[in-house]
Design a protein. Structure first.
Length: 304
C-alpha cells in the first residue's frame, strides 16, 4: 500500500536559524567576493568549478507517488508563430526541488518568506556507504558523530546532504509517465499524459530500501550543530522505513529546509563546497523545483 505524506504530532521547539556567523562557520565570503559598492557589487568565485545539481524537468521526470504528473506542451512555435512558448503544469514538489517549512507545518514560512541568503549554504556531505549501518536504514546521531571523527565536524549553517547512490536505481532518464520504459525512449513523441493524471513515474519507489536520517538525529544536528537544512539524492532525507517522514518533518519544524532529488551528488566534496538553490517565489508556496548549483572549493582540505 502506498504511503502518503502525513502530519505527525511532535513537540518540537522551533529554532530560527541563519547561515551566517558563528565560530567555525564555513566562510561564504570566500566564495562571494565584493567588488565596488552597493548590493549588486559581488561576484562568485568557485576554485573547483561549478556543477548543475538538478535533474532535467520533463514529462518523464520522477515525482512523489500520487502527486500531479508533469505536463509540457507547445503553445506557440517558431514555425509558424515566430516564437516558442510552452505551457507547463507541474507539482510544486516535482523532480529536484526545495521544501520549505510550510510543506509540513501549518502557517510556517513559505517560499516568499525566505531571505536570499537562505537559499545559499555551505555543504557537508555524508556518504552512506562509508557508514557502518549493519543493515539499518535510519542514520542516528552516533552514526553522524562517527562520520565526523573521520571527516571533520559539521559547520554551523550547513546543508547536510546524503549521498545514498539511489539515483543510480531510481531517477531513470527513460521511464515513461505510466512507469514503462518504451514511450519517450523509443521516440514515440505522440504520447502525452493527461494534465489531471497523477504521476506514475515512481519506478517501484517503495520497493527501494533507501537510507535516511532518524528524526532524533536531525533534531540533534539542529540543536548541536546549528544546521540550516538537509539534502539528499533520494526523494527526501527520510529512510524508506520511516512512515512518518520524521527527518523532513523535524527539519521543517525547526524552520529549516530540505533540498531533495539532487543530481550529480558525487561531485560534491564532503566539505568545502557551497550550494545555491533559489526557487521560484511561489506565493505562499510550500516548495518549488530548482536547479541547484554547486560552487566547489579547491578540495576537502581547503580550510573553508
Amino acid at each position: 500500500m502506498k504511503r502518503r505524506k502525513t502530519s505527525v504530532a511532535l513537540l518540537i521547539a522551533v529554532v530560527v536559524l541563519t547561515t551566517a556567523g558563528g565560530a567555525g562557520a564555513t566562510a561564504i565570503s570566500d566564495f562571494i567576493k565584493i567588488r565596488g559598492k552597493g548590493p549588486q557589487a559581488a561576484r562568485v568565485v568557485c576554485p573547483g568549478g561549478m556543477t548543475n545539481l538538478g535533474y532535467e524537468l520533463s514529462e518523464i521526470g520522477t515525482v512523489f507517488p500520487d502527486d500531479p504528473a508533469t505536463h509540457i506542451e507547445d503553445v506557440y512555435t517558431v514555425d509558424p508563430d515566430f516564437f516558442e512558448v510552452e505551457r507547463v503544469t507541474i507539482s510544486s514538489h516535482a523532480g529536484t526541488h526545495l521544501d520549505v517549512p510550510r510543506h509540513f507545518v501549518e502557517d510556517a514560512r513559505g517560499l516568499t518568506d525566505l531571505s536570499p541568503q537562505e537559499f545559499v549554504w555551505p555543504v557537508y556531505k555524508i556518504v552512506v556507504s562509508e557508514l557502518d549501518l549493519d543493515g539499518r536504514l535510519q542514520i542516528t546521531m552516533a552514526d553522524i558523530r562517527g562520520y565526523e571523527r573521520e571527516n571533520g565536524r559539521i559547520k554551523k549553517g550547513s546543508l547536510v546532504v546524503l549521498d545514498t547512490a539511489v539515483n543510480d536505481e531510481f531517477f531513470l532518464d527513460d521511464v515513461g509517465p505510466d512507469g514503462t520504459h518504451d514511450q519517450r525512449a523509443t521516440g514515440d513523441s505522440s504520447f502525452k499524459p493527461e494534465v489531471s493524471d497523477t504521476a506514475q513515474n515512481v519506478d517501484d519507489f517503495w520497493s527501494l530500501e533507501v537510507e535516511g536520517f532518524s528524526g532524533g538525529a536531525v533534531q540533534w544536528m539542529f540543536d548541536k550543530r546549528g544546521i540550516a537544512g538537509l539534502g539528499s539524492d533520494a526523494y527526501g532525507p527520510d529512510a524508506t522505513d520511516d512512515d512518518n517522514f520524521l527527518a523532513t518533518f523535524t527539519a521543517l519544524a525547526n524552520d529549516g529546509v530540505a533540498l531533495v532529488a539532487i543530481n550529480n551528488v558525487e561531485s560534491l566534496n564532503v566539505n568545502g563546497d557551497v550550494i545555491m538553490a533559489p526557487a521560484v517565489r511561489l506565493a505562499e508556496g510550500s516548495g518549488f523545483p530548482t536547479n541547484p548549483i554547486a560552487c566547489h572549493g579547491a578540495g576537502e582540505d581547503d580550510g573553508y
